[in-house]
Design a binder for this molecule. Structure first.
Ligand code: PA5
Length: 446
């Protein structure tokens, strides 16, 4: 089980910048209320909590088809439809394309350069494209789908649809309609599950199975967190403690920047996934906390100075890995150089763990609040635990902030201007607004 150590958040340990026990005690009433909401599933969007019990046989069947007939698997999607799949791939099958097939590509941004590069290395004759869009109408995903559809048509003619899988709403949206008309294989995304809470649906699980990662292990880990974090008593519930500590630090202490720093390269994208979840869920009505993706030890040589001596506005969350798997021992070479030879005989894992612990301590000594989530190992089970841990924490924190953690009205606004600029019917007024705004931008430039 993952463990949360929040000692370095407490006044007793780090002094005046830390949290007093009575501040946490004071949250008991609110925690009980919210706990009731979670256990009674009072919001329909709590559906993400029930994902661990879902049947994955269809996902596994389709993944097997892909593995049998494809050398490349290309995911098209953006936001929640890309970050989760990428976090799974990078955490659980690092350097995947150099080691095994099918090679996996995730195209989210509509950068023509990236599309060109992908098209230059994949053989579309043996590529399966997984277009992921819950709404079925996101401009970026629609555009990349259209490009791939056209190319596949040229190569495969009437069989082009066999090279696609659409992951989308089970009933509504353009992608669902089109997939039905064209005979494209589909996997459903429960309409009650928002994009950024969808990693444990076919959105993330199909890629996992294609990459040879057991989706069931991801779900079992998530399930374990669901059970272990269902205690109403905040002192016994790591998810509630994580949320309350960050919430109080942001609202009472003006520490609204939340650094997420896993000590593992392969968790870098998990940290990016968390940042989207946290930012898009919590940034509303003038509230919110600012997530900041990072990776250790790399950022000790980039960001740490700022965290140690910069403004008092951050809380650092470390992710510590207890077992990195087969270790690499630093050999006994350069023995006459003391500044190097002291490392000899230690594993690289001992060094990275020592760096994590030292950084934690250095921050604590300066009174900088930080906490550590430890996972036993980087495997599907524990990655599943992290996904569920952060999803519950995000929803819980959103409710503490009295905002809706499941919508994203600000993102929708930007999408409408894009529709207008790209000539979509019904959005003509948005185009005019953009043109008027352009005129205002002529004076203040050099
Ligand atoms: O979390 C979200 O809801 C968003 O980031 C969406 O995932 C993103 O906008 C893509 O939406 P869709 O899957 O509908 O194409």
């Amino acid at each position: 089980m993952i463990e949360l150590n929040y000692s370095n958040m407490m006044e007793e340990v780090i002094g005046a910048n830390g949290m007093a026990v009575n501040m946490l005690e004071g949250m008991r009433g609110r925690v009980s209320g919210l706990h009731g909401q979670f256990s009674e599933r009072t919001l329909k969007e709590f559906a993400f909590l029930d994902l661990p019990g879902k049947d994955t046989s269809e996902i596994r069947r389709i993944a097997q088809e892909v593995r049998n007939d494809s050398d490349a698997f290309l995911v098209l999607g953006i936001g929640g439809s890309a970050l989760g799949p990428r976090a799974i791939l990078e955490a659980l099958s690092p350097l995947h394309n150099l080691k095994q097939g099918p090679k996996i590509f995730i195209y989210d941004n509509v950068d023509p350069g990236t599309m060109r590069h992908i098209l230059s290395v994949v053989d579309l004759k043996r590529t399966t494209v997984n277009v992921i869009s819950k709404s079925g109408s996101t401009a970026e995903t629609a555009a990349s789908f259209m490009v791939l559809w056209d190319r596949m048509k040229t190569i495969h003619g009437n069989n082009a649809s066999k090279r696609f899988i659409a992951t989308t709403d089970p009933v509504s949206g353009a992608l669902r309609k089109l997939a039905t008309e064209e005979g494209i294989r589909t996997l459903p995304v429960d309409p009650l599950i928002g994009g950024r809470y969808s990693v444990l649906t076919p959105v993330g699980l199909l890629l996992a199975e294609v990459a040879g990662i057991e989706s069931q292990d991801l779900l079992s880990g998530a399930d374990q967190v669901n059970n272990a974090c269902s205690d109403e008593d905040l002192w016994k519930n790591p998810v509630y403690l994580f949320s309350i500590l960050l919430y109080l630090m942001a609202t009472e202490e003006k520490r609204g920047i939340n650094v997420m720093i896993p000590y593992a390269d392969s968790l870098k994208y998990l940290s990016e996934w968390f940042c989207q979840l946290w930012a898009e869920s919590l940034g509303k009505n003038g509230s919110g906390m600012t997530p900041y993706p990072s990776v250790g030890t790399t950022d000790q040589h980039s960001q740490l100075q700022l965290w140690m001596e910069g403004p008092e506005d951050k809380v650092i969350t470390f992710i510590r890995v207890n077992d990195y798997g087969k270790d690499i021992t630093i050999p006994r070479v350069f023995e006459k150089y003391e500044s190097m030879s002291y490392l000899s005989g230690h594993g690289l894992s001992a060094l990275i763990k020592a760096e994590q612990e030292s950084t934690e301590l250095a921050l604590a000594k300066k009174g900088k609040p930080n906490m550590t989530i430890s996972i036993p190992a980087i495997d599907a089970y524990h990655i599943g635990q992290l996904f569920m841990f952060f999803e519950i924490a995000t929803a819980f924190t959103g409710l503490l902030l009295n905002i809706n953690p499941f919508n994203q009205p600000g993102v929708e606004e930007g999408k409408k201007y894009t529709y207008g600029m790209m000539g979509r019917k019904g959005f003509e007024d948005r185009k005019q607004e953009v043109e008027a705004a352009r005129k205002k931008k002529t004076r203040w430039k050099v």
